[in-house]
Design a protein around this ligand. Structure first.
Ligand SMILES: Nc1ncnc2c1ncn2[C@@H]1O[C@H](COP(=O)(O)OP(=O)(O)O)[C@@H](O)[C@H]1O
Ligand SMILES: [Mg+2]
Length: 317
């Protein structure tokens, strides 16, 4: 177990009769970037709060950096960093003073505090804004500062709860670059997101849905398990109608596919029988495009399976 930064067994949290996190199991290896994915309300924040010792599990256990989370101490908290979903920075203070404030709250002072501030400012690329009151910063820069504040005390493990939510795509990509840099220096990272495209940045991912962990693994493992074969994409004039029609064709066996998903104005048909599927689709819709399935294809398939198991309802009663 010592190779794991996080080891979770059967972790469960209920709020009254409602189960927000349902007996989940997963592990995060030391040094890994682990993506914790799922739509809003699926239990990501609740899980993180339990892993930080801020919320008591109803059942199950978890060890974080070897500590049983039921006995989280101040010493434990000094080794972990947390960028919460609604991070609080001080809007009238400058970038440097915000970092100084967070550093002091972790017991840093003097030369060590100065060193850590410089390190974080350099890492986050905040040098030009050192003396800028942070209410003048854009969302992308605030996110970088919030990350800096979360790592000022040099934690071994950081929890980032939707750090890229509401940030423009360029800033999101830059933020991921920053996470790679941090990871290369040996920090273990657990990062949540509801942007499925960001999953491909992670070494391993766990996908939580309605409190259930419905897949854990490397992106390629999950893709291979859930959506083997290829994606054949078509661009029909009415994508929704085409999706419905192709789904019936698949169910009746007329189309040799195992998934038909809507992707914007395109339809993705998942198949291991590329030749016959391509021929079928070409006849009906003209040009087809072939590609490898993505994690997003896998997640759509997993969600459909989970909803089906729940009697077709997206939310359990
Ligand atoms: N303190 C609470 N009391 C009651 N329900 C809660 C509480 N915290 C979270 N929940 C519910 O638990 C579910 C999971 O929430 P959360 O962990 O915040 O999801 P996520 O972070 O994935 O969006 C949601 O349905 C939410 O409304
Ligand atoms: Mg959340």
């Amino acid at each position: 177990m010592s190779d794991y930064a996080i080891h979770v067994e059967h972790l469960t949290r209920k709020f009254g009769d409602f189960t927000a996190v349902n007996a989940i199991d997963f592990s995060v290896e030391t040094g890994e970037v682990f993506g914790f994915l799922g739509p809003n309300g699926s239990g990501k924040t609740t899980t993180i709060r339990m892993l930080l010792g801020l919320l008591k599990p109803t059942d199950g256990t978890a060890h974080v950096l070897g500590t049983d989370i039921r006995h989280a101490t101040r010493q434990f908290l000094a080794q972990v960093g947390y960028m919460s979903q609604k991070f609080s920075l001080y809007s009238d203070l400058t970038v440097a003073n915000n970092l100084r404030f967070f550093g002091r709250s972790y017991g840093l002072y003097g030369q060590r505090l100065q060193q850590r501030m410089e390190f974080v400012i350099e890492l986050a690329g905040l040098g030009d804004f050192r003396h800028t009151p942070i209410h003048e910063l854009s969302g992308g820069w605030l996110q970088r500062l919030a990350l800096g504040a979360a790592i000022i005390h040099e934690p071994k493990l950081i929890f980032l709860d939707e750090p890229t939510a509401g940030v423009d795509p360029v800033s999101r990509r830059d933020f991921w670059e920053l996470l790679y840099t941090l990871s290369q220096s040996g920090t273990t990272i657990l990062v949540t997101t509801h942007y499925m495209d960001e999953a491909e940045h992670c070494e391993r991912v766990g996908f939580i849905y309605n409190g259930d962990m419905i897949a854990v693994g490397t992106p390629s493992e999950i893709i291979e398990q859930v959506v083997p074969g290829q994606v054949i994409e078509v661009h029909p004039p009415d994508a929704l109608a085409a999706q419905q029609k192709l789904t019936s064709a698949m169910r009746s066996g007329e189309l040799a596919a195992h998934g038909v998903n809507l992707f914007g104005a395109a339809v993705h048909v998942l198949t291991t029988d590329v030749a016959s599927t391509q021929a079928y689709l070409r006849e009906v819709y003209g040009a087809t495009y072939q590609s490898m399935p993505t994690l997003e294809d896998a997640f759509i398939a997993l969600v459909q399976q989970a909803d089906h198991a729940n009697g077709g309802s997206p939310v359990p009663a």
